[in-house]
Design a protein around this ligand. Structure first.
Ligand SMILES: [Zn+2]
Ligand SMILES: [Zn+2]
Length: 80
């Protein structure tokens, strides 16, 4: 079974902003922002609707990162 190291706190992954190269803050997985219509779906099903068709087959967790320096948000694929 594949688990996302960030969601499960297994290890720290530092993501750097592509604009200023400063470390970004993990805002959690992007499917958490779809709460309005997600409560009856499990994690794997959510991946089918997160808008990224290959995250399910590639075992990637889509996270949203925020750069406090640029105040930019960026999506990164975390390998599970
Ligand atoms: Zn995750
Ligand atoms: Zn930045």
């Amino acid at each position: 079974m594949n688990v996302c190291p960030l969601c499960n706190g297994l290890r720290q992954i530092t993501v750097y902003c592509s604009y200023c190269r400063q470390p970004m803050e993990d805002q959690g997985k992007i499917t958490d922002y779809f709460d309005d219509y997600s409560p009856y779906m499990d994690g794997d099903l959510m991946k089918l609707v997160d808008g990224y068709p290959y995250t399910y087959t590639n075992h990637e967790c889509v996270h949203l990162f925020y750069c406090p320096h640029c105040q930019e948000e960026e999506v990164r694929f975390i390998k599970e």
